[in-house]
Write a protein that binds this ligand. Structure first.
Ligand SMILES: Cc1ncc(COP(=O)(O)O)c(CN[C@@H](CS)C(=O)O)c1O
Length: 407
C-alpha cells in the first residue's frame, strides 16, 4: 500500500519544525486541535491582503470574490460529507455551537415533559450540557448509555434504553478522551426504529473517516474545522432538510431574514436562516484549502500511518511499569490515554513539556467518563498523520525520564 512521505508532509506544517525548551517539539495533542498546512495559512493571508470584504450583500468586486470564496467551502463540504445539497451545510463557530443550535431550536420545538434525550457516558461536555439545559427548560430527561471497563458502549443497555419516550440520541462518533469508535450506523438504525432522531458529534471522527451522511441516514452531524487541519472558530452542522426546514431560527439579525418590519419579520431560506450576522469569512475561506489539502493525500496511507502510530505507541507505553492504558476498545482512533500508578497526570504533562513533548492531561471535558473510571484525569497522547515513530521514541524516552524525576 502507498506510504506517506513524512519528510515532504512535515514541510507542509511549518509549526512542527521548532525547538521547545531546548528539544524538538513533539506535538501529540491533535485531539485538542490539529496543526494547519501552509496552504491554509497562505489562504488566510491572501484573503486579508486581496479579497477581504463583507459577503452576500455587496455588489463590488471584492464582495463578489469574498462571497464566492466563502460559498466555495460550503460546496466542498457538501462533497466531503456526501450531502444532498449545500442548503444543508450550516456554518457555525464550532462543534459546541452546532450542538447548542440543535438543542435550542429542534429541542425547544420538539421536546416536552417526559421525553428522553439519550446521551452516552463517553460524551464531551459539549454534548451533555446543552441537552441538560434544554431538558431543564422543556421538562425532558437526559438518560445515559453506559460504557464498559474497556471504554466500549453497552449496546444491550442502549437497546433497552431505546423506548418510545426517546426523542433524540446524541452521541459522539469517537471519544476524545479514550479514542473509542462507536458503531454509529447500528446506533442510528436502532434509534430510527423507535422514532428517535440522532445527532452525531463528529469532532473526533471527521479527520479519520469518510463520513457519508446519506449512507448513515444521519439526522444531524456536527464538527469543528480546527480538528480537521482548518482554522478555529469555524464549525459545520449538517442536517436533514425536512428537519432544518421545520426548525425555528437560532439567532436573529442580518442575513437570516427576508423582510423585517415592525409588523412582522420573515426569515431567509436554508442555510442562511441559521447564519445570523457577519460570519467568520476568512476562516471559512481558508478551511476550504484544508479540505483540498486532505483530498490531495492518499487517504488509506493517512489512516495506515495513524494506525501504525497507535499500535507502536501502545506497544511502547505498555512496557512501562505502573502504566495503565485507559480505553482499550478494539476499534480506536490514534489516541492513547493512560495513567501511571502514584503519579498525578498533571505532573507528567508539565514535565513532558520540559522535554518539548505536548500532550493533554486532565479530564478532557469528559468529567462523567473520568468519574465512571474513578479517575481525576488521564494523560492523553493523540496523533495525526504528520507524527512519526521517532517522535514516539522521543516521547517514551522523555516519559521515562519524567518518572525517574518523580520517583
Ligand atoms: C468529541 C468532542 N466534541 C466536542 C468538542 C468541542 O469542540 P469545539 O471545537 O471546542 O466546539 C470536542 C473538542 N475536544 C477537545 C477540546 S476539549 C479535546 O481536547 O478533546 C470534542 O473532542
Amino acid at each position: 500500500a502507498e506510504k506517506l512521505d513524512l519528510n515532504l508532509i512535515r514541510k507542509d506544517f511549518p509549526i512542527l519544525d521548532q525547538q521547545v525548551n531546548g528539544s524538538p517539539l513533539v506535538y501529540f495533542d491533535n485531539a485538542a486541535t490539529t496543526q494547519k498546512p501552509q496552504v491554509v495559512i497562505d489562504a488566510l493571508n491572501r484573503y486579508y491582503t486581496q479579497d477581504n470584504a463583507n459577503i452576500h450583500r455587496g455588489l463590488h468586486t471584492l464582495a463578489e470574490r469574498a462571497t464566492t470564496g466563502y460559498e466555495l467551502t460550503r460546496t466542498k463540504l457538501k462533497d466531503f460529507l456526501h450531502a444532498p445539497s449545500t442548503d444543508q451545510i450550516i456554518f457555525t463557530s464550532g462543534t459546541t455551537a452546532g450542538i447548542n443550535l440543535v438543542a435550542q431550536t429542534y429541542g425547544r420545538a420538539n421536546f416536552t415533559a417526559g421525553d428522553v434525550i439519550l446521551v452516552s457516558n463517553l460524551e464531551h461536555h459539549s454534548n451533555i450540557v446543552p441537552w441538560q439545559m434544554i431538558a431543564q427548560e422543556t421538562g425532558a430527561e437526559v438518560q445515559v448509555i453506559p460504557v464498559d471497563e474497556l471504554g466500549v458502549l453497552d449496546m444491550v443497555a442502549y437497546q433497552s434504553l431505546l423506548t418510545d419516550r426517546v426523542k433524540l440520541v446524541a452521541v459522539n462518533h469517537v471519544s476524545n478522551a479514550i479514542g473509542t469508535i462507536n458503531p454509529i450506523k447500528q446506533m442510528i438504525d436502532w434509534a430510527h426504529r423507535v422514532g428517535a432522531k440522532v445527532l452525531i458529534d463528529g469532532a473526533q471522527s471527521v479527520a479519520h473517516f469518510d463520513i457519508d451522511v446519506q449512507a448513515l441516514d444521519l439526522d444531524f452531524f456536527v464538527f469543528s474545522a480546527h480538528k480537521l487541519f482548518g482554522p478555529t472558530g469555524v464549525g459545520v452542522l449538517y442536517g436533514k432538510r425536512e428537519l432544518l426546514e421545520t426548525m425555528p431560527p437560532y439567532q436573529g439579525g442580518g442575513e437570516m431574514i427576508k423582510e423585517v418590519s415592525f409588523s412582522g419579520t420573515t426569515y431567509n431560506e436554508l442555510p442562511y436562516k441559521f447564519e445570523a450576522g457577519t460570519p467568520n469569512i476568512a476562516d471559512v475561506y481558508a478551511f476550504g484549502f484544508a479540505l483540498d489539502y486532505l483530498a490531495s493525500l492518499p487517504q488509506n496511507a493517512v489512516w495506515e500511518q495513524e494506525k501504525a502510530l497507535l499500535d507502536y505507541a501502545t506497544e511502547q507505553l505498555s512496557q512501562i511499569d505502573g502504566l495503565r492504558i485507559v480505553g482499550q476498545a478494539h476499534e480506536k482512533i490514534a489516541v492513547v490515554s493512560f495513567v501511571i500508578d502514584g503519579v498525578h497526570p498533571q505532573d507528567i504533562g508539565v514535565l513532558l513539556d520540559k522535554f518539548g513533548v505536548a500532550i493533554r492531561t486532565g479530564h478532557h471535558c469528559a468529567q462523567p467518563l473520568m468519574a465512571r473510571y474513578d479517575l481525576v484525569g488521564t494523560c492523553r497522547a493523540s496523533f495525526a498523520f504528520y507524527n512519526t515513530k521517532e517522535e514516539i521514541d522521543l516521547f517514551v524516552k522523555a516519559l521515562k525520564r519524567c518518572l525517574m524525576m518523580l520517583s
